[in-house]
Design a binder for this molecule. Sequence first.
Ligand code: FAD
Ligand code: NAI
Length: 468
Amino acid sequence: MSDSSYDVIVIGSGPGGYVCAIRAAQLGLKTACVERRATLGGTCLNIGCIPSKALLQASEKYEEAQHDLAAFGVKVGKVDLDLKAMMGHKDGVVKANTAGVEFLFKKNKIDWLKGSARIAAADTVEVTGDGGAKSHKTKAIVIASGSDVAPLAGVEIDEKKIVSSTGALDLPKVPKKLVVIGGGYIGLEMGSVWQRLGAEVTVVEFLDRILPGMDGEVSKHMQRILKKQGMTFKLGTKVTGAKPNAKGVALTLEPAKGGSAETVDADVVLLSIGRVPHIEGLGLADVGVAIDNRGRIVTDGHYATNVAGIYAIGDVIVGPMLAHKAEEEGVAVAELLAGQRGHVNYDAIPGVVYTWPEVAQVGRTEEQLKEDGVAYKAGKFPLTANGRARAMNATDGFVKILADAKTDKVLGVHILSAEAGTMIAEAALAMEFGASAEDIARTCHAHPTLNEAVKEAALAVDGRPLHI
Ligand code: FAD
Ligand code: NAI
């Protein structure tokens, strides 16, 4: 016997799931969302995007007060860290955001089914919560169960001495030495937080570069800036083991290509070598949902799995593991289920690393264009020549625009700058509209803004920047 029936049941309330549920409800579908966490919002709002940005923002203020305000003629006395208050700020931001999603569920009359979901059949979701198991009938199921930390053999996470991003968001004190395994998004963001708060940070990266998905020139430049900030890098290096001891953790490292091992001590180790799709307990094998060789749910262009009535979106399917990508897919699948034409343009999904300065990109990198054999022109403009950046004492970085050599269509935009994450929106919009570099160059940009550097880079594609 079923306890209730719906048009759509969404499994998971992360940015993919909760946005999908809201859009489905807006379109008149009777919608429920299953979430087993005590609060809504998934990884992103509880232990991901939001708390990490709260700490990045707060630690940036600490760094500024300590080192940067004097140059603006602002004298401050002794600057002290109140880590408990900083964590309180982060927890407050998380609470406000997760409560916000709960409010939106109520407003849109979405049922929150509290507990763990298992797909019993293509039209039945079983939810096991405090009150036992309940069965719910539905016309469609959208799996948005997200992702989890990728493990590494020999490095056992205890969330105290050897932490994942979750533990790194909640350390009770500033470690003297923090070793970060993986020089990607989490490693550089959380490494920056703790370095600003006083930790000596060493990043151990398997490849011979950090931020492997980003444009090579940007990632090289970023590494130089982070090094200047005090971060140490061990590139082309693998961790073969991490053993907790009385003092902290002893790590053994080896060159990635093989060679002699070395030992490094740390107070805390952060494991951040990527994330893996989370499909455990969903019962996918029983209903026959196909999984690829990397554990991701296989979907077609309309987010449909191989089992009629079951769909999947977000981190659990192919593509960048980013909150806004999951959100776009959530909207698209809800619209498709309501008979509309939901669609996501995967060529214009921005990626941002919220370090100082920030790294942002949309579209293809120079390396990708070369590999694809695309003839392109590049226009670059340094922040040192931007008036607003000078006023902000934030002249590190540049904007680079890559455009098709023949048609001038923008193929990729790469920004290393303060507020690059905000600046990139202009580039994403331009790409969404199929703009040429000339279109950006001829668009009036307010003065003085950092975004004028985007216009100048567009002018530089045609060899005519004005301010350099
Ligand atoms: P998730 O957010 O992972 O949500 C899935 C939810 O499903 C979870 O709440 C889980 O409890 C629930 N669930 C799973 N299985 C079941 C089940 N069987 N029954 C009931 N509930 C279930 N991305 C950005 O774009 N910008 C950022 O700044 C950013 N920062 C990040 C920082 C960190 C430290 C981390 C870890 C990630 C960050 N990300 C960021 C990535 C972002 O969090 C993910 O891409 C995004 O959360 C994916 O959304 P999702 O809806 O697919 O899944
Ligand atoms: P990541 O994929 O960004 O970076 C992992 C890094 O670890 C890579 O540089 C990789 O080469 C390296 N690596 C892999 N195996 C290794 C090994 N054995 N030893 C040493 N290095 C190794 O993954 P990360 O940082 O864990 O983040 C997971 C995902 O979460 C990101 O890919 C991103 O999708 C999302 N995220 C997004 C953020 C944002 O949008 N600002 C912030 C944080 C996370």
